[in-house]
Write a protein that binds this ligand. Structure first.
Ligand code: NAG
Length: 404
């Protein structure tokens, strides 16, 4: 991926930051960068993120100019469970798409399991679950159920391909997400569905610094259309890290959430729903480098209060991730001696933002002159700062059409 020149265009930010350089740390550069990707868990974090960015790019380009959301780590979890049922060839193909081929991690499954446990820790605001459903007509091999359950604590489930399957799947997912992700399936699996994966996530993080004003309806500009009125949260003297990217024509803010999670907002300079250039740049390394280039600033921050639910079948995207050969012959020999096709990769996410935080913004000696006002189409991502793992990614082109 191309490296992007990162230019700071805010004199105010610059002078603020020059005053801060003595404290060190922010500009750690290469050493910190190298360190992020050295432990098995951070390497796994980078792999799941890169898979997530690839998936997001594919989805975003198929569904151009629409709101798009993903919690990629739960999709990684689902497909990794499935890989345990594959031949060596099948596993190799899946691992390549999942970006595991670079890890050389003999404990790969344990590393992923630990990462999933870490990012679901209470306080981070993420609940997520993934499971494999199998058509009983495949004459399923029982060892596979035990293998996955032992490793990931989730037992794949055989279904008969009947109407009540839908309730079974939906109530399991609802229970796994504390009732937050409902109605994942809107119809039952078809007869002879073969193999299907479901994954879902709910995210509601808390800010470190709270917002004083919230709920006021304000204008959000929509590409090629009239403005819409959406609820916004606003706060003066809000501490963020910030920078402008002249190549990508956007201003980026990193907003700290509790328990080492942060939100990166990419706000294009113009009102546009075409974020292709930005989407093309996203990799784990790009975001890591970016996080070390952003500089502390205090701004008047205005963010839409998000409440969203998004559901999609990712199966049609897998061929774009290098899996067309595998899809034609899934080789799931540890699941069944019969050919088993992967018919669907259901994914549903729900996310909310709320004004709450555990700190008040500090009183500034002078009011902040900088504003960061997210009132036009933007892209955002939620990242676990400990592992670097991408937890959530979204493109908001029209918040009025977000449903929940
Ligand atoms: C979106 O932007 C890219 C690059 O900036 C451009 O190549 C592409 O044609 C644009 N797509 C649309 C639909 O306008």
């Amino acid at each position: 991926m191309k490296r992007t020149a990162f230019l700071l265009v805010f004199g105010v930010v610059l002078s603020f930051c020059e005053a801060q350089t003595d404290t060190g740390g922010e500009e750690g550069g290469e050493e910190e960068h190298v360190e992020l990707f050295t432990t098995p868990q951070t390497k796994m974090g980078a792999a799941t993120s890169d898979f997530g960015y690839n998936l997001f790019r594919t989805l975003a380009s198929r569904d151009s100019a629409t709101n798009v959301f993903l919690a990629p780590i739960s999709v990684s979890a689902a497909l990794t469970q499935l890989s345990m049922g594959g031949s060596e060839r099948a596993q190799r193909q899946l691992f390549r798409a999942l970006r595991y081929h670079t890890l050389q991690d003999p404990q790969l499954h344990n590393t992923l399991k630990d990462l999933l446990t870490a990012v679901k820790a209470p306080g981070k605001g993420l609940s997520t679950a993934a499971r494999i459903y199998l058509d009983r007509r495949l004459r399923l091999k029982q060892e596979f159920f035990a293998l996955v359950e032992q490793q990931y604590g989730v037992r794949p489930k055989g279904l008969q391909g009947v109407a009540r399957d839908m309730n079974e799947v939906n109530s399991w997912m609802s229970q796994q997400t504390g009732g937050k992700v409902q109605s994942l399936l809107t119809s039952s699996f078809p007869r002879n569905f073969g193999v299907s994966t479901v994954s879902a996530a709910y995210f509601k993080g808390k800010w470190v610094t709270r917002f004083g004003q919230s709920g006021a309806m304000e204008n959000f500009q929509v590409d090629g259309g009239a403005s819409v009125r959406v609820p916004m949260m606003q706060q003066d003297n809000y501490p963020v890290k910030m920078g402008a990217d002249s190549d990508l024509s956007c201003v980026i803010a990193q907003i700290q959430m509790q328990n080492d999670v942060s939100m990166f907002v990419f706000l294009p300079d113009d009102v546009t729903s075409n974020m292709t250039l930005l989407e093309e740049s996203l990799t784990a390394e790009f975001v890591q480098d970016l996080s070390m280039t952003l500089l502390p600033a205090q701004v008047t921050l205005t963010l839409p209060a998000l409440k969203l639910s998004y559901s999609t079948d990712l199966q049609p995207l897998l061929s774009d991730l290098g899996l067309s050969e595998w899809l034609a012959d899934t080789d799931l020999e540890k699941i069944s001696a019969l050919p088993a096709k992967l018919s669907s990769v259901h994914h549903k996410v729900v996310m909310e933002t709320a004004p709450e935080g555990n700190q008040y913004p500090g009183a500034a000696s002078t009011p902040s002159h900088l504003t960061y006002r997210v009132d036009r189409p933007f892209l955002y991502l939620i990242r676990d700062e400990v592992s670097g793992a991408l937890l959530f990614i979204g493109r908001v082109v029209n918040p009025k059409t977000l449903t929940m």
